[in-house]
Design a protein around this ligand. Structure first.
Ligand code: NAD
Length: 338
């Protein structure tokens, strides 16, 4: 069979996995706002508060262009059923995953299930479609492990992961490369750098800190606060995801049609400055519990985003001085804090 990938198909339906998740929800909202038809998949697993996932879904469900399927992306029969029910799917955005570095130390099989088996099942779904235009998927800055050369560049070696989460995300990149090579599927992987913002994840720093500060409880600050992160605001991430989606790699018949990008804010911030903005936005001081570095964690992340800037014009616009207050406004509203 001659591969039909990337030969002038116009987009019909976008499949977004992890649609009830933080980044998936915002991505669906943006796609729907520009009139796309979106099929969202999520298994609503209880890794964090399911009520938050359901509330995100209820917002998406208000748009007639959105259809939701409650299913596991590693369930091959369920994914085949989605393909049969929605034959117009041309674009895939695979964001469903078991996220979180620390949880991968205690629940490793959640990671192989969703991030390896699930990712492969989605690649297979795209492979057996005759109209896949582009397969975009989430990777992570954690693939850089303990690399010390900063900023992290997609040209750097990433074969020394220091958490199983990172290893599974790197595996997703490698599997995608092989499918682009073998089946000429245009794939693009995005290495996200610490995403935060409204509707954010309860297991991530911004949320954990805000919750503890409100409760008057100590906030756990690792490596005695000597950490830097390339914090990326959710709206900038979504602009990058959709900018990339609109620019599938072109198959020149030689190289596999696959891209890999860093997607960060291009500015590494001191963790203590980030916390200071949370305190300021909440109008309360934190009680600090300084702790040593956690296993699997890295001291600093910084994204070299020149490749995605060059190829799709990605330009993050939200500094933490704007993004953190926006997150806290949502956090207060969500928790009825006035
Ligand atoms: N948020 C960040 O800072 C960050 C950083 C790096 C990478 N990422 C990656 O970005 C993607 C989205 O992350 P997020 O922050 O929105 O996380 P999230 O946990 O909020 O969203 C993931 C969603 O996927 C769903 N899911 C998990 N396993 C599934 C499965 N097997 N089948 C169906 N649904 C499943 C979950 O229920 C959840 O709603 C993930 O791949 C994550 O690894 C996120």
């Amino acid at each position: 069979m001659e591969a039909a990938w990337n030969k002038g198909f116009s987009r019909m339906t976008v499949l977004v996995t992890g649609a009830a998740g933080f980044i998936g929800f915002h991505t669906c909202l943006r796609l729907l706002a520009r009139g796309e038809t979106v099929v969202g998949i999520d298994n609503l697993n209880p890794y964090y508060d399911v009520a938050l996932k359901e509330l995100r879904l209820s917002h998406l469900g208000r748009n007639p262009g959105f259809a939701f399927v409650n299913a596991d992306i590693a369930d091959r029969e369920a994914m085949a059923q989605v393909a049969r029910a929605h034959p117009g799917i041309t674009d895939y955005i695979n964001l469903a995953a078991q996220a979180g570095v620390r949880h991968s130390l205690s629940a490793p099989f959640d990671y192989t299930h969703s991030n390896i088996q699930g990712h492969l099942t989605m690649l297979e779904m795209a492979r057996h479609s005759d109209k896949c235009r582009h397969f975009v998927y989430a990777s992570s800055s954690s693939v850089y492990g303990a690399n010390t050369k900063l900023p992290f560049s997609v040209e750097d070696r990433v074969d020394t992961p220091i958490s199983l989460y990172a290893a599974t995300k790197r595996a997703g990149e490698l599997m995608s490369h092989s499918y682009s090579h073998l089946f000429r599927i245009p794939t693009t992987g995005l290495r996200f750098f610490t995403v935060y913002g409204p509707w954010g994840r309860p297991d991530m720093a911004a949320y954990l800190f805000a919750k503890a500060i409100i409760a008057g409880e100590p906030i756990r600050v690792f490596n005695n606060g000597d950490m830097r992160r390339d914090f990326t605001f959710i709206d900038d991430i979504v602009s990058g995801v959709i900018g990339v989606l609109d620019n599938p790699p072109v198959d020149d018949g030689v190289k596999p049609p696959c891209h890999l990008y860093n997607i960060g804010n291009n500015k590494s911030e001191q963790l203590m400055d980030f916390i200071g903005l949370i305190e300021e936005s909440l109008g309360r001081k934190a009680v600090y519990a300084f702790e040593p570095m956690q296993a699997g964690d890295v001291k600093e992340t910084a994204a070299d985003i020149s490749a995605i800037q060059r190829d799709v014009g990605f330009a993050p616009t939200t500094p933490i001085s704007i993004g953190v207050p926006a997150f806290i406004r949502w956090f207060k509203e969500y928790h009825g804090l006035g």
